[in-house]
Structure formats: structure tokens, C-alpha cells
Design a protein around this ligand. Structure first.
Ligand code: RIB
Ligand code: CA
Length: 314
């Protein structure tokens, strides 16, 4: 039996596609469902992409539950098209999937799966945290019933990527993120502190071209769009592995250095979306009072994780 039974909450997305295929190619992981959110595209589009990715992988047996179209308390206006393409899959304009999402909403699916298998299911959100917060609102007891929540999002000790202060997933639903970091459940934050140290170089990416796998061929078609963006904007001859690094945490946690910190998400100012950490020293500051400790990834053996991800995807 796989060590981890997981639900990925996702906004596919180029690095989301890498993360989903990484999970499917890892014997340590059993993927029991995908739930979809807005972020790299609107939720209707990311749901289509999730279904298509499973079809490409020959895994349409895995259910997809469509999530919320908007944040819990603000408005979603700007999909990440500049990074991921207008179709969020590198402008490949794939044919529509032949399958459909299930009738349950993402939040309902999460609640049902977690409550039916106490302390067995790990939630892996790699998009904005709206569905996870909504699941908590529907059924607060999922906090005790979940095994772990491993989040791609935030920036504890480094600058943001969507603004100088904030990381994109957190920025897109600040209020949901603060709820999720404030709930009494075991949360690991895999943020920019480590995902920007985990880079797949253009030379590594070239290996996808020679692979016979349909999933690798799909990645070979979509990644160039993302690589053009990082070359131009980040002056980097490679791509950041945000979402697949989060999945890799489940497989190789010893490659990550973590610290227990209290996290608050800034909601008021021009630094909206900043994940502010507090250590034991300053936990009495009013805004951080009565918050649970979060397991925050602060450093990583990025080369090892990048090699692991490549090995599982090619
Ligand atoms: O900041 C990185 C995150 O934003 C990733 O989840 C990526 O897919 C984008 O949505
Ligand atoms: Ca994502």
C-alpha cells in the first residue's frame, strides 16, 4: 500500500501538470482525487485541464471535483496567463476531455473523503486555498480527521513572486489562507523559500523530448511557454518547480529543512498576501496569539529534489 493517500487541490497550470504526473508516477503516493480551483485560469478551465491531464496519463478512473469560482471574501480577476498561457497549458489548445467532473463540489468531496478515512488522507493544495477553507467551514472536524495538509504557497523569509510581498497562491485568496494556517491541523508550508531553490534547467528539460511517455510528451509541449517567461522575467535558464516540489516533500522529506513557526497572512495593506512568520520568541504579539505552529520549509537540497522530479517524469 502507498505511504500517502492524497487529494491534490489544483489550478492546472504547467507546474501543476508536473506535480500531478509526479504523483501518478510515484509508488509512495496514491492519488484518490483532484479538486480544482481558480488561479492559473478560471475554475471552468482548470477543471477541463485536470480532466485532460488524467486522460493523457490514462488515469480517468481518478475523480475530479470542481471547486469554487471565486475567493471566499474577495474577487478573482487575473488568471496567471502570462506564466501558463491563455489555456493555462502553454497555449497548446488541447482537445476537450471526454470525461466530466463528478457532481460533488470540491469542498464536499474533500469533506466526505477525509471524514470517511480518519487520519489517512493528506490534502495537497497547489493553488489558492479557497476549497480547503470552504471544506473547513462545512465540516470543522476535518481538522482532526485529516492526516496532514501540505501546501504550496507563501514566502516566510524571502520576497513574493506576484507582488514584492506575496506569493501567488496565497495572494489569490488571502482570507482563505489565513483560515487554513490558523486551523488546528498539521500543516506543512512549502513556499517560495524552497521552491525557488528547486530549479529544472533547460538542459534537464531537454530530456522530455526523447521520452516515449505520453505525459512527458505533454510536458515537453507545455513547458517552453513557462521557460520563456522565466528566461525573460527571472533571467533564469530553467524553471522553478513550485508544485512538483510540494509533492516531492511527501517522497523525500529529509531533503527539506523545516522550522515550526506561527503564520499570519497580511490582509490589510499593500503587502496583502504576505505570510508573516513568528517564532516562539514573538508568539505573544497580538496578531499571532493562539495560532497553531506550522511546519515551514525554510531550506532544501534543491538539486536532489530537481533530479528526483526529473527521474519520475521522464
Ligand atoms: O507561486 C507559485 C504557484 O503559483 C504555483 O502553484 C503555480 O502553479 C502558480 O499558480
Ligand atoms: Ca498551481
Amino acid at each position: 500500500m502507498a505511504q500517502h493517500r492524497i487529494i491534490i487541490d489544483t489550478d492546472p497550470g504547467i507546474d501543476d501538470a508536473m506535480a500531478i504526473f509526479f504523483a501518478l508516477n510515484s509508488p509512495e503516493i496514491e492519488l484518490i482525487g483532484l479538486t480544482t480551483t481558480f488561479g492559473n485560469g478560471h475554475t471552468d478551465l482548470t477543471t477541463i485541464n485536470a480532466l485532460r491531464l488524467l486522460e493523457i496519463a490514462g488515469r480517468s478512473d481518478i475523480p475530479v471535483a470542481q471547486g469554487a469560482p471565486q475567493p471566499i471574501a474577495s474577487a478573482f480577476e487575473e488568471p496567471g496567463a502570462v506564466v501558463h498561457g491563455d489555456d493555462a497549458q502553454g497555449n497548446l489548445n488541447l482537445p476537450l476531455p471526454t470525461t466530466q467532473a463528478i457532481q460533488q463540489s470540491a469542498a464536499e468531496f474533500i469533506v466526505e473523503q477525509v471524514m470517511n478515512a480518519p487520519r489517512e488522507i493528506t490534502l495537497v493544495p497547489i493553488g489558492p486555498l479557497t476549497n480547503i477553507a470552504m471544506a473547513l467551514q462545512i465540516e470543522p472536524r476535518i481538522a482532526q480527521a485529516v492526516r496532514e495538509v501540505v501546501i504550496m504557497g507563501g514566502n516566510a523569509l524571502c520576497p513574493g513572486n506576484i507582488t514584492p510581498a506575496a506569493e501567488a497562491n496565497i495572494f489569490h485568496d488571502v482570507e482563505a489562507a489565513d483560515l487554513v494556517f490558523g486551523a488546528e491541523w498539521p500543516v506543512t508550508m512549502v513556499g517560495l523559500d524552497v521552491t525557488q531553490k528547486t530549479i529544472m534547467t533547460a538542459a534537464q528539460l531537454a530530456q522530455f523530448e526523447g521520452s516515449a511517455k505520453a505525459t512527458a510528451q505533454h510536458l515537453n509541449g507545455i513547458i517552453p511557454f513557462y521557460l520563456n517567461f522565466t528566461r525573460e522575467v527571472n533571467k533564469l535558464d530553467g524553471i522553478f518547480l513550485h508544485d512538483p516540489t510540494t509533492l516531492a516533500y511527501l517522497v523525500a522529506p529529509d531533503a527539506f529543512k523545516t522550522e515550526k513557526l506561527y503564520i499570519r497572512v497580511e490582509s490589510e495593506s499593500f503587502s496583502r498576501g504576505k505570510t508573516w512568520p513568528a517564532s516562539f520568541m514573538n508568539k505573544w504579539s497580538t496578531a499571532w496569539l493562539n495560532r497553531p505552529l506550522v511546519n515551514v520549509c525554510v531550506d532544501i537540497d534543491g538539486a536532489r529534489i530537481s533530479d528526483l522530479i526529473l527521474e519520475r517524469l521522464v
